[in-house]
Write a protein that binds this ligand. Structure first.
Ligand SMILES: *Cc1c(COP(=O)(O)O)cnc(C)c1O
Length: 355
């Protein structure tokens, strides 16, 4: 039976990515060696790394003022690297979920942190809209897509200070004006590659402005200077990332991905709104195009386990909701096909007919 992969992360990758990476693990670029056993400084891998960073720039239209680096440590390490490198005195943050609050916790180690808005008292079911960001903030940090709660910022705020963003779960899902950001970061395992590599896009002239000394590995400048080759990079995830980026380009680029994402999300949210057994969990205008959270309607709460089993028997994998929301979460990242989303919708319809 075909499996439909709705995992939140690590998550679905394009077949193109998986196939090409599997081949390179057996024989990398005709070297007769595995991708896992070659020097990262050999010309074959350096070409992979260079092409991958160049493609990130091309696909996201990254201006000359910015550079792209590949790092380790996941998005979670960025929670401290961002303030380490950019927080001089004061930074502002928006609290839209667990990842945002983890970022806030780390920033507090480095200076004054103003949480300008939070949706915590409503279990993060919406994106705050009216708030003031102090003009003397070094940056304003946002989490563009809240993977756990299923909310997404659909309009990047204009606040008069540079932005910093965790885009782990929606990078490459829609075009973004990179020039507004001092830093954008994303762990790879949601829309790009297997876990192990993290992308950061940094504004070069915003680096080296803090007074504090920064450990070499935690300084973005190190990785900019060494073109992400200061130490041994995660070669397999970077190779896989390149495949995904090529696939995005082949599909028509990021605008084409966005069009497809809007269509997929609409099909699923329409069914959630129509089907009497289910309901959405977040403010409709803030619904995520990547992580679709829903629960059983009040009258059908006791059917939750049964739907989980029914859906998994139909080949739906990974739709159990995060423990802090409950119910269901279908993650429909770039590599998810419309056919798979339609298969989930059919499963929901069939379940409704049975009840
Ligand atoms: C998954 C996720 C993270 C954590 O990423 P790691 O690479 O595991 O550190 C952080 N932020 C967001 C928005 C995420 O979705």
């Amino acid at each position: 039976m075909k499996k439909h992969n709705f995992y939140a992360g690590p998550s679905i990758l394009s077949e193109y990515t998986i196939k090409n990476t599997a081949e390179a693990i057996l024989n990398f670029a005709g070297t007769g060696l595995s991708l896992m056993e070659v020097s990262h400084r050999g010309k074959e891998f350096v070409a992979v790394s260079d092409e991958a960073r160049a493609l990130v720039k091309e696909l996201l239209d990254v201006p000359e003022t910015h550079d792209v680096v590949f790092l380790g440590g996941g998005a979670s390490l960025q929670f401290c690297m961002v303030p380490y490198n950019f927080l001089k005195k004061k930074a502002s943050y928006m609290d839209t979920g667990e990842w945002a609050s983890k970022a806030i916790k780390e920033a507090k180690l480095f200076g004054e942190v103003v949480v300008v808005a939070s949706s915590k008292d409503k279990n993060y079911t919406f994106i705050p809209k009216n708030y003031d960001v102090p003009a003397d903030s070094d940056y304003f940090h946002i989490t563009t897509n809240n993977t756990i709660y299923g909310t997404q910022i659909h309009r990047i705020p204009e606040v008069g200070v540079p932005l910093a963003a965790d885009m782990s779960s929606d990078i490459f899902s829609c075009p973004v004006d990179v020039s507004k950001f001092d830093v954008i970061y994303a762990g790879a395992q949601k829309n790009l590659a297997p876990a192990g590599v993290t992308i950061a896009i940094v504004r070069k002239d915003a680096l080296n402005q803090v007074g504090r000394p920064i450990p070499t590995m935690l300084n973005y400048q190190t990785h900019v200077d060494k073109e992400s080759m200061f130490n041994t990079p995660p070669v397999v995830p970077i190779f896989a990332a390149l495949q995904t980026l090529k696939w995005y380009k082949e599909q028509g680029g990021i605008a084409a991905m966005q069009k497809k994402n809007i269509e997929k999300a609409a099909v699923l949210y329409d069914e959630i709104d129509r089907n009497r057994l289910f309901k959405g969990t977040v403010a409709p205008e803030d619904r995520s195009l990547m992580n679709v959270c829903f629960v059983m309607n009040d009258d059908y709460k006791d059917l939750e386990d049964e739907f989980n089993k029914f859906a998994s028997a139909a080949g739906m994998v990974g739709i159990k909701g995060h423990r802090s929301v409950g119910g269901f979460r279908a993650s429909i990242y770039n590599a998810m096909s419309l056919e798979s989303v339609k298969a989930l919708v059919s499963t929901m319809q069939e379940f409704e007919r049975n009840h």
